[in-house]
Design a binder for this molecule. Structure first.
Ligand code: MEV
Length: 323
């Protein structure tokens, strides 16, 4: 029996449908070239050990029987609960050492927690020689996210597993790969960190106060996603950009756009991007612009001039992989 395995999964960028996807609406998501890497080894001693230096975790150790108990450091939560959830389905009978490293900062909002959760469950299933379908892997990883955050659509989990570009309906009722070769994006990091769970709960609270308005906003989001999907499939990035701009109006209405994101988005549009919007929960993290090859450089420069950091990414990358 193999005792050690290394697995990687891509980060993601939400293209259209942010927040509405939490309310069982569709979204479009693409995976990015920067990956999360996780090495998982089975141990003879009955302990869980974690090395995750990228998020400040060094030499974290506890008995397997204490998984999920007592105070868990922030950087260890997803990994520990993923191991606990796997162990409660498929008894491990051994200790586990997890070592994580990421090609991207956990501040970008590329989904490092979801990607590491997917990697852990995939790695453990390989080590135990259990064949999990993509949907079974999704269900176990999504449960882990909900156990920790209480909210979330699961789109980031699906992206880490399936890779490529997906049409995804909140909760995973539809996970449909879209045929595109590449989504030509310029990505700008705002330098600010958005708290996804807090922002999602804020929008949920606003929705409860004004359900009719939010139904209308989420209906509009659905329409932009459907039109955006058609545009992506036919390679019509100009129309796709228009849908991104319209989607940003919704994100502004939800109250998740920040002044910094707004100025980066407007700079990208003024420099000739087909469209631009924030990506994900908002409150910081990244914005994305869809561009023609001729405008790429000018858009990148405009984003930097407005105070953003351009992050080179390729899109539409393979999902979870065993090395
Ligand atoms: C966060 O990256 C995207 C949200 O739609 C939350 C989710 O879908 O889980 C705001």
């Amino acid at each position: 029996m193999q005792t050690s395995v290394t697995v990687s999964a891509p980060g993601k960028l939400l293209l259209l449908g942010d927040h509405a996807v939490v309310h069982t609406r569709p979204c479009l998501v693409t995976s990015v070239s920067q990956r999360m890497k996780v090495k998982v080894s089975l141990l003879d001693s009955p302990h869980f050990e974690l090395q995750a230096v990228d998020v400040g975790i060094n030499g974290y150790k506890k008995p397997m029987t204490d998984l999920g108990k007592n105070k868990i450091p922030k950087g260890a939560k997803f990994v520990e609960i993923a191991v606990r959830n796997f162990n409660s389905h498929y008894l491990l009978k051994r200790g586990v050492l997890v070592e994580t490293s990421s090609e991207f900062s956990s501040n970008f909002g590329f989904g490092s927690s979801s990607a590491s959760t997917v990697c852990i469950i995939k790695a453990l299933s390989e080590l135990l020689e259990i064949h999990l379908t993509k949907k079974e892997l999704f269900d176990l990883a999504y449960k882990t996210v909900l156990d920790i955050q209480g909210v979330g659509s699961g789109f980031d989990i699906a992206s880490a597993i399936y890779g490529g570009t997906l049409y995804f309906v909140g909760g995973g009722s539809v996970i449909e790969p879209i045929r595109v070769s590449n989504v030509p994006l310029v990505v700008g990091y705002s330098g600010q960190k958005g708290d996804t769970a807090v922002l999602v709960k804020m929008v949920v609270a606003q929705m409860k106060e004004n359900p009719a308005l939010y139904e209308t906003l989420f209906d509009a989001s659905t329409q932009y996603v459907e039109e955006g999907k058609r545009a992506l499939v036919s390679g019509d990035f100009e129309s796709f950009g228009r849908m991104m701009n319209k989607n940003e109006e919704l994100l502004y209405a939800y109250g998740v756009e920040t002044p910094k994101l707004a100025s980066m988005i407007h700079a990208a549009r003024s420099a000739g991007a087909y469209g631009a919007k924030l990506s994900g929960a908002g409150g910081g993290d990244c914005m994305i612009a869809v561009v023609s090859p001729e405008k790429r450089e000018a858009v990148a420069k405009a984003i930097e001039k407005s105070g953003g950091q351009v992050i080179p990414v390729e899109t539409n990358i393979s999902g979870v992989m065993v090395k």
